[in-house]
Write a protein of this length. Structure first.
Length: 744
């Protein structure tokens, strides 16, 4: 419900102010819900008609009242209901723009009335402490008054400063988008507070604008820029601990074409602090040297000329690099987890890698596992592998306030970062399986996977550790090795190397799927057996025995394992497509051009597409064809048909939607829609998608724009099931926010 000041005032005339305290408070909540702090004028005016009016109690009650009625759903409708019960008859509704005008006029009158009653100020304890004069200001009941003018030049509010520096704004008055001008030359300096602005004005002679707080940087500079498009405007935020003001000023400077300067001061945060500790000359010097233009972006850049090349650091030379993500996948019963325990053992001891002269750097390993018990599986396997258990740690869960929580990468990665900082000798972190720690992220959506694995890869690089992710394979034996890894293609795309376990002619092998960092000829595979070991009385377990090397790669092994002699060119084409679509759907023409440049034929690429189950779709009536992975296609369909209660729709183009269940029929035009006559219309649930100087009080008129409008139309039952949506241009409201400011 929208009501004006005058409407609420009329309704209050029918409600007695001598209510019990609970009913009296409800009126405050109703007014505050509708008007915010600017409604205090009405509340105070009405309360004065009650018995035992106490101004202090009225202010305290108003301040403690929340605009939502403390969750009791109290709105201005509550007030009107009570007034109606007492004989009030509402008038014709008044538009909110009228209500704003009424509020603006009344609050401006209130501020002006206080200012008129105040006295000229020659000095004040606060200004004396700051080393400033009070020219142009007034004093009321011992408090220094600073007027705030709106964009039209009307006094909108007053800031009151006590002798000890406590600042408050006049209750019920608007401060957002208002400022006070300290006159100077044709350069404008926008500062947060009066003392800072005054020191800058005294040091530089520039016109100083008091924006009344850091939020003023988002409101005042655009108005100044609109009126003075050629003026030089410099924003001077406080250099506070949280950098909140600096961030807001930087953003405002970028959006309004301003410059900015941040004070360099050891004892304090603003230019008045600098004035007092170092003098006006230092303020003047910093303005001469430190003013700069804002960056037009927030991108973190690396200039390659500053990057020093370095060799890849290896945990397992040629196989597992430090600072990278590595994947190990395989079908069940091929010993993926047991292999990871063998690797953990070698790292914990600084042992020799199988069939190599290289030794592992000795360090700590961290395991995250949710599929095997520690006492009867993990620890016995590590003992059998000869691990130094003093250097192996398992993350079991994350401590919570009431209960322990499972570790989730998106939520708890900072916890792992803290552990790695505590244990800097860590070299290996194992996730078994990796998919169990993705949390709510959809492992089949590239965007979800990359949002989780991106920070994990950065963590590996920051701490120079190897992250080993154990994974499973899907059951589609027609796919290439890269495509067999379960989940989104973004998982294997994030890994710098990946290995696959398989059984070929009863021989177990760990074979390379991809290795982005080692020469192809160095990325050899290994053969192994899973042996039974006795680690204690009655305790047997499994252990890996490495038996040899092999030059076979995973694609060749999978072809043999599935009993199919698939052409190497087709397998290579599948790998190519997997990489091409790892970042999302792509146009067919781009894919085929890149394929041909890499030696693949268009026919082979299309065969690979069909075997992978990839989809193709024409992008609109005039667009080209795009190729999608099955996961990307499912996501596209979800976006296309989103809306819980809407019908299942299939897009034709951006303005036309056809009901998916409608059957097409070739019938004469005159009879085409006979089957719809006399039936209910189809509901879709769709919505249309160079100044020479400035003087005190020199301000900008406020721009006022109309409300947004959206038009909808209904279709009759006799028309076809075709809905056309028209999107009308939207306009944004601009104006003064009445609820932004209170006590500061």
């Amino acid at each position: 419900m929208t009501a004006s000041f005058s409407e609420v005032r009329d309704a209050l005339g029918y409600i007695s102010a001598s209510q019990c305290r609970d009913e009296w408070w409800k009126i405050a909540a109703a007014i505050k819900n509708e008007f915010g702090d600017s409604g205090f004028v009405l509340w105070d005016e009405w309360s004065q008609g009650g018995d035992g009016y106490n101004e202090k109690d009225v202010r305290a009650t108003w301040t403690s009242t929340k605009s939502d009625g403390h969750g009791k759903s109290i709105t201005v409708a509550t007030l009107f209901k009570l007034a109606t019960d007492n004989g009030y008859k509402p008038h014709k509704p008044v538009k909110k723009t009228v209500a704003k005008a009424v509020i603006k006029r009344e609050t401006s009158n209130k501020a002006q009335a206080y200012w008129d009653r105040a006295h000229d100020c020659d000095s004040h304890q606060y200004s004396d402490k700051k080393g400033l004069d009070t020219a142009g200001l007034k004093k009321y009941k011992g408090r220094l008054l600073i007027p705030a003018y709106d964009a039209a030049g009307a006094m909108s509010s007053l800031q009151e400063i006590s002798k000890d520096g406590k600042k408050i704004f006049l209750q019920g008055c608007t401060i957002s988008g208002c400022w006070y001008t300290i006159p100077g030359d044709n350069v404008l300096i926008v500062a947060e507070g009066w003392a800072t602005a005054k020191s800058i004005n005294m040091a530089t002679g520039h016109t100083a604008i008091v924006a009344f707080g850091s939020s003023g940087f988002m409101k005042v500079p655009p108005l100044l820029r609109e009126k003075y498009p050629e003026a030089r405007i410099i924003l001077a935020p406080d250099n506070d601990v949280g950098k909140d003001a600096v961030k807001k000023a930087t953003r405002a400077a970028r959006e309004s074409g301003c410059e900015f300067i941040v004070p360099e001061v050891e004892d304090g945060t603003d230019f008045n602090d600098l004035h007092q500790c170092a003098g006006l000359d230092e303020v003047r010097r910093q303005f001469a040297k430190n003013v700069k233009k804002p960056r037009l972006h927030d991108l973190v850049l690396v200039e390659l000329k500053d990057v020093t090349p370095r060799a890849v650091a290896w945990l397992w030379p040629g196989k597992f690099a430090l600072g990278k993500l590595v994947l190990l996948g395989g079908v069940p019963s091929t010993g993926k987890t047991t292999i990871s325990h063998s690797i953990v053992s070698i790292v914990s001891n600084g042992g020799q890698w199988p069939f190599s002269n290289d030794r592992a750097p000795r360090g700590r390993a961290i395991i995250l596992t949710c599929e095997d018990d520690l006492d009867d599986t993990v620890v016995p396997r590590l003992i059998a592998a000869g691990a130094d258990l003093d250097k192996v740690t398992v993350i079991q869960s994350v401590a919570g306030q009431d209960r322990q929580k499972p570790f989730v990468l998106a939520r708890d990665l900072h916890q792992l970062d803290g552990l790695l900082k505590e244990r800097p000798d860590t070299l290996l972190v194992v996730f078994d399986p990796l998919s169990a720690y993705l949390g709510a992220a959809d492992s089949h959506r590239d965007s979800d996977v990359r949002m989780v694995l991106g920070p994990l890869c950065q963590l590996a690089a920051d701490h120079q550790i190897t992250v080993l992710g154990i994974g499973h394979l899907n059951k589609n034996e027609a796919q290439s090795a890269m495509a067999r890894f379960m989940g989104s293609g973004g998982i294997i795309a994030a890994a710098r190397s990946a290995y696959l376990t398989a059984s070929i002619d009863d021989q177990l092998m760990m074979l390379p799927v991809k290795n982005n960092l080692a020469p192809h000829e160095d990325a050899s595979g290994l053969t192994y057996q899973i042996k039974t070991a006795l680690v204690a009385d009655g305790i047997t377990t499994s252990v890996i025995e490495w038996t040899g090397e092999t030059e076979m790669w995973a694609n060749e092994a999978l072809a043999k394992e599935s009993g199919k002699n698939r052409a190497p060119k087709l397998l290579a084409a599948q790998d190519f497509l997997q990489e091409q679509l790892a970042d999302g759907p792509k146009r067919q023409t781009e894919i085929e051009e890149e394929a041909i440049s890499q030696g693949h034929s268009a026919i082979t690429i299309r065969r690979a597409k069909n075997e992978l189950g990839y989809k193709s779709h024409k992008d609109g009536l005039s667009g080209g064809w795009k190729w999608y992975t099955p996961e990307q296609w499912d996501n596209y369909q979800k976006v296309l048909n989103k809306g819980k209660n809407g019908p299942n729709l299939e897009a034709d183009d951006h303005l036309r939607f056809v009901a998916k269940n409608e059957k097409k029929s070739e019938v004469p035009q005159a009879q085409k829609y006979d089957h719809l006559r006399g039936k209910r219309g189809v509901k879709t649930g769709l919505k249309p998608t160079g100044s020479k100087g400035f003087t005190e009080g020199d301000h900008v008129p406020e721009k006022n724009e109309g409300d947004d409008h959206v038009k909808n139309s209904k279709k009759s039952c006799d028309e076809p099931k075709v809905i056309k949506s028209s999107l009308l241009g939207n306009s944004l409201k601009t104006g003064t926010d009445l609820d932004d400011w209170g006590v500061v």
